[in-house]
Each structure stands twice: as structure tokens, then as C-alpha cells.
Write a protein that binds this ligand. Structure first.
Ligand code: PGA
Length: 243
């Protein structure tokens, strides 16, 4: 199975979502393509999306690490489970950098999602300074180890390798870098979980011009797509690299 997951971030209006859905439906998805589509949408659109998208996973972009209670403005994992959400992004670099989310919070969020059977999609990635200092592997290993501490190893989780310097910059990592780094991540996750079943996606400026090379040659299980997932044509052109 391969995965094409869009992360809409804080974008889209109801009208734009209708246009997006119409745009996507123009594309024929081959029956044997074995591609699972997913969209991480803003909370307010989740219930509407669940109705219009049949075979597409609908996910959230964040979740509280707390149980239900006096946490004004937060959304709990039990609520996400209650409305039948398929997945939830955890630890996106924007949450880590703009909202000071720590590895400990990321770990707590994964555990809460597992409790309510919402699949976590964990994002990890090094900053530009860490990349230039040659500490990518060290950073990723620390993020993975802390995120996986005490989680239920029998439940599915997806991991996305997203170099922070490649997100929204138009500067994707090279196929060689992705292949090598994803291979490293795969090996470390195998050691931590004792199996090889965790899909690993790449994210960071994936677009229709680089998606063939990345999705076909970088030994990834799919892509997490930000900017290009706001446009039905770009999103489907990226996906067609896997058809
Ligand atoms: P981008 O975002 O595709 O716009 O670089 C990726 C992401 O943040 O998941």
C-alpha cells in the first residue's frame, strides 16, 4: 500500500472544498493502484468531509494530550475517535516550532490517539541548522525514540520524514538524501517496534515536478503534501506518479 496524504493546514473554505472535491473526481484512479488517499483538514470541516469523501481517509492536524475536561479550545482524542476519524497528524514541525510542542507532548498525544483507535501520523525532521551541522540522524533518532516511548507496538502508526528546511520552501530534499534518511529511520523503527510494518512517507515541497522521482526512486511509502494538496490537479498529478 502507498499513501498520498494532504495536509491542508489552516487553509480552505467550504466553497474551495467543494471545488477541490469536484476537481479530484475528474481523475480516474486505477482499481489496482493500491493507493490510500488521506486529507488532514481543519477541525471545522471534518464532519462535512467525512460525508463527501468515501474512500479517502479524513484526519485531523493536531490533538490534545489531555483527556476531556477544562481545556478551552482543545480537541480530545476521544472526540476524534467518536466521529470516526481515520488518522491525526502529531508533531508537525509547525506545531513544534510555533507552539513549542515537545517530544514528551508528542508521545502523550500518540498514546491518547492509540487509546481511541485513531491512527497517529508522526512527523519528524531536522532543521536547516541541524542538517548543516551533520546531526540529522541524531535528531531523528531522538525524536523517534521519545515519540515511541511506551506506545502500543501492536497498533498501526505512520511516520513522515519532513526536513524542516524543505517544508513550504520549494526546496525538496534530493532523492538520494530521502532514500538514505528513510532507510535509517526504517532501521531504527524496526529496532524499536520489532517489526517492519510502519509506512514511512516523505514530506517537504512535494509537487508534480518532483513527485515521480521521489515516489518511484526514494524507497518511500508515499508523501505528505502541504501546499500542493490545496489544488486538486496538483494533488492528483502527484498521486498519479504511483499509478
Ligand atoms: P509542503 O508542506 O508540501 O507545503 O512543503 C508539507 C507539510 O508541511 O506537511
Amino acid at each position: 500500500m502507498k499513501y498520498i496524504i494532504g495536509n491542508w493546514k489552516m487553509n480552505m473554505s467550504a466553497g474551495e472544498i467543494v471545488a477541490f472535491t469536484r476537481g479530484v473526481k475528474k481523475y480516474k484512479i486505477p482499481k489496482n493502484s493500491n493507493v490510500q488517499f488521506g486529507l488532514a483538514v481543519p477541525y471545522v470541516y471534518i464532519l462535512g468531509m467525512a460525508k463527501i469523501q468515501d474512500h479517502v481517509w479524513i484526519g485531523a492536524q493536531n490533538v490534545s494530550e489531555h483527556d476531556n475536561g477544562a481545556f478551552t479550545g482543545e480537541i480530545s482524542a476521544s472526540m476524534l475517535g467518536d466521529v470516526g476519524l481515520d488518522f491525526c497528524i502529531v508533531g508537525h514541525s509547525e506545531r513544534r516550532s510555533l507552539f513549542n510542542e515537545t517530544d514528551e507532548q508528542v508521545n502523550a498525544k500518540i498514546k491518547k490517539l492509540q487509546e481511541y483507535d485513531v491512527m497517529p501520523l508522526l512527523c519528524i525532521g531536522e532543521t536547516e541548522a541541524q542538517y548543516e551541522a551533520g546531526s540529522t540522524k541524531e535528531v531523528l533518532l531522538s525524536q523517534i525514540t521519545k515519540a515511541f516511548e511506551g506506545i502500543d507496538k501492536t497498533k498501526s502508526i505512520i511516520v513522515a520524514y519532513e526536513p524542516v528546511w524543505a517544508i513550504g520552501t520549494g526546496k525538496s530534499a534530493s532523492v538520494e538524501t530521502i532514500r538514505e534518511t528513510v532507510g535509517f529511520i526504517r532501521g531504527e523503527i524496526r529496532k524499536l517496534l520489532g517489526h517492519n510494518d510502519t509506512p514511512i512517507l516523505y514530506g517537504g515541497s512535494v509537487n508534480p515536478s518532483n513527485s515521480n522521482a521521489i515516489l518511484r526512486n526514494a524507497q518511500v511509502d508515499g508523501a505528505l503534501i502541504g501546499g500542493a494538496s490545496l489544488d486538486a490537479d496538483k494533488f492528483m498529478q502527484i498521486a498519479s506518479s504511483l499509478f
